[in-house]
Ligand binder design. Structure first.
Ligand code: C2E
Ligand code: CA
Ligand code: CA
Length: 279
């Protein structure tokens, strides 16, 4: 009996050690990544389905790991959030995206809008308006061309300064979008307490159509309520012609999804924007 128990214990503790040291390794790696500029951005076009033109781009972070290759954000953002590294990382992302997009604007696409994701941890642990103001000043980026994407969780955090914080961003001229709308616990009517400009219909819903009538109805309801609250709306995760048709029939004209484009490396963005403008 003694042998079995001890063995099990040793097994678990070895497993736990392994996990802890792997986590520690990734954390060490993340610090280095920030120092050595191993992060880079891809940009996914947002297309007006009626005119075919690119109206904006969303910056999406990637990690070029020296031995693992390109690591997607789901595999490092959670740890960056746990360790607080999301704060310098998030600031780097915003600065980088603003600098890059400004260059594209200077090359003739001066109304190109930039979307950047913010983590709830940034709101919890730092002064987001101060950080954004600093980066805008440093980069000379026009706040009216910036859309910050926040999750429903940010609205639900019990922080009495939260709506003032969002108001402060609005007063700077920045737009606010709710990312993955419908997957959290907030309701549309709840949104009217916050200065939100646009909602992004979660790709979890779009993915289910046309097969699921239920999801079709959910999107229809979101559109109707967004309209009554005078919020703009964009659908994410549109992959097929059929999804595009259903979505636009419901009155959503802004589309982000593989149907039009995957997230693109920087050098492919202007060619894509040019092609869409000349159609
Ligand atoms: P998100 O903000 O919802 O970003 C959209 C994700 O959906 C991207 O994945 C994009 O590649 C993917 N996507 C776009 N269109 C389609 C489609 O038609 N079909 C499918 N199957 N997928 C599509 P990605 O780049 O892996 O990003 C995943 C998540 O990581 C993002 O979800 C966002 O929450 C987070 N993230 C990415 N970059 C950053 C960042 O710089 N800061 C923070 N805080 N989060 C980030
Ligand atoms: Ca997003
Ligand atoms: Ca999203």
């Amino acid at each position: 009996a003694k042998g079995t128990g001890g063995g099990t214990f040793r097994f678990y503790s070895r497993e736990m050690n392994r996990r802890a040291s792997k986590r520690l390794q990734v954390e060490v790696d993340l610090h280095r990544a920030l120092r050595e500029q191993e992060f880079f951005l891809l940009y996914q076009p947002q297309v007006d389905a009626v005119s075919g033109r690119v109206s904006g781009i969303e910056a999406l972070t990637r990690w070029r790991h020296p031995s693992l290759g390109t690591v997607p954000p789901d595999q490092f953002i959670p740890l960056a959030e746990e360790t607080g590294l999301i704060l310098p990382m998030g600031e780097w992302t915003l600065r980088q995206a603003c600098l890059q997009t400004r260059r594209w604007q200077e090359q003739g696409f001066n109304d190109l809008r930039l979307g950047v994701n913010l983590s709830p941890i940034q709101f919890k642990r730092s002064n987001v308006p101060a950080m954004v103001r600093k980066v805008l000043a440093e980069t000379g980026f026009d706040p009216h061309d910036l859309e910050l994407e926040i999750t429903e969780g940010v609205l639900l955090q019990k922080d009495k300064g939260r709506s003032e914080c969002l108001r402060e961003l609005k007063n700077m001229g920045v737009s606010l979008a709710i990312d993955d709308f419908g997957t959290g616990y907030s309701s549309l009517s709840y949104l009217k307490h916050f200065p939100i400009d646009r909602i992004k219909v979660a790709q979890e819903f779009v993915r289910e159509i046309p097969a699921s009538i239920e999801h079709l109805e959910i999107i229809r309801a979101i559109v109707a309520m967004a309209r009554s609250l005078k919020l703009n709306i964009i659908a994410e995760g549109v992959e097929t012609r059929e999804q595009l048709e259903l979505i636009t029939e419901m009155g959503i004209e802004d589309i982000q999804g593989f149907y039009f484009s995957r997230p693109l490396p920087g050098e492919d963005v202007l060619p894509f924007v040019r092609r869409s403008a000349s159609r």
